[in-house]
Design a protein around this ligand. Structure first.
Ligand code: AMP
Length: 362
């Protein structure tokens, strides 16, 4: 099939790389012809408002997107002509933290207590109801910890409100977690489901730096609970493709933080670490192919993001169990330039491999 992707970043690039072996072709819409996916298919670069989208839709049999910030209106228009997966509803919900939390509550999926705020007075009231510490997050367009303010005491309320430029926001109670996890799953057009194992994620300054897959010391029951939350969400929104949920592992069980309607950085390990990668499974799902097995290929896998600077790339290439994935991006502070996947058959091998690449970690 001809697959059109709204966006041409590294996610689009890795989707295409996984889809060519299934005989699919790719087109992308983006802002510039030097984006990570630009050389991997037909690039419909933006000239004026929407002409590139029209050309992409003319090219494609099915459309998908790489960002939850994709305009819902565009997806709605495209869907009048050809299918778009995930659907418009999934996008509408996941691009607004308030709508997302309301859905979690509706489906009895545990999440942090929250209140929507549209003014400083609202924020004052929300702090009284929810208590401190709490986190103020913009309702839309936040990513990698951007658009957030951690409030420890009431004297910070004005500063918090100003720091997010007084836009519609959500105040969330602080969740005291032991570690951060994520779950990636895929649902096909025929309502088939596949789940990857829970993975453990370590962030630095809001940016994911390390994923351990599968997360260690996860009770079978905990995996089942996470999968139950996931299945409830997938079915409720009639989702097709890969969906990610980020969770906090707490003393009182799992608490869902947020979800992303796309392949996710915490699933990059699956390229070498699982029988079928998240990218291939997304492509299989949206093209109506049978979903692939998600079983890990090794007992342990780790993914390290390459952020800002490329560093000693040769050191990675010399390691027998390390796999390098670069995104064809130039160096820039805090930019995701690539990632390294490491597979291992023992905890010691995994720890030794991570230690060899410690310069890539903060
Ligand atoms: P988010 O953009 O919602 O993923 O938040 C970025 C990071 O902030 C998360 O990965 C957590 O480390 C932290 N965080 C977000 N929300 C909360 C919360 N309610 N309680 C504690 N930490 C949080």
């Amino acid at each position: 099939m001809k697959i059109g992707i709204l966006g041409a970043g590294q996610l689009g690039r890795m989707l295409a790389l996984s889809g060519y072996s299934l005989n699919h072709q790719f087109g992308f819409s983006g802002n510039a012809t030097n984006e990570p996916a630009a050389l991997l298919g037909h690039m419909f670069a933006k000239k004026n408002n929407s002409d590139n989208i029209d050309s992409l839709v003319e090219f494609a049999d099915v459309i998908t997107f790489e960002s939850e910030n994709t305009e819902v209106g565009i997806v709605k228009e495209i869907n009048k002509k050809i299918p778009v997966y995930p659907n418009e509803k999934s996008l509408f919900i996941t691009q607004h933290r308030g709508r997302e939390k309301a859905l979690f509550n509706q489906l009895n999926i545990p999440c942090a207590p929250y209140q929507m705020v549209s003014s400083e007075a609202d924020l004052q009231a929300a702090v009284e109801t929810i208590g401190l510490p709490a986190i103020l997050k913009t309702a839309t367009e936040g990513y990698d910890g951007k658009g957030q303010f951690f409030i420890h005491e009431t004297s910070q309320i004005t500063k918090a409100w100003e720091s997010i430029n007084g836009v519609e926001s959500i105040l969330e109670g602080f969740v005291n977690f032991k570690r951060e996890l994520s779950l990636i799953a895929v649902r096909g057009i025929d309502n088939s489901h596949k789940y990857y194992p829970l993975v453990e994620n370590t962030h630095h300054q809001g940016i994911l730096r390390l994923t351990i897959a599968p997360a260690q010391n996860i009770d079978k029951k905990v995996q089942e609970i996470a999968q139950h939350y996931m299945q409830t969400l997938l079915d409720e929104i009639n989702y097709v493709g890969v969906l990610t949920i980020e969770l906090f592992d707490t003393e009182n069980g799992l608490v869902v933080n947020e979800m992303a309607p796309r392949v996710h950085n915490s699933g990059h390990w699956s390229i070498e670490g699982a029988n079928t990668s998240q990218f291939e499974n997304h492509i299989r799902a949206i093209t109506g192919m049978p979903l692939g097995d998600t079983t890990p290929t090794h007992l342990f896998c780790a993914m390290i993001n390459i952020i800002g600077q490329l560093g000693d790339i040769d050191a990675i290439l010399e390691m027998p169990n390390a796999h390098l994935h670069l995104y064809d991006k130039s160096e820039r502070k805090n930019r995701k330039l690539g990632h390294i996947n490491m597979t291992a058959n023992s905890q010691t091998e995994l720890e030794d491999s991570i230690a060899k690449l410690k310069d890539f970690l903060p």
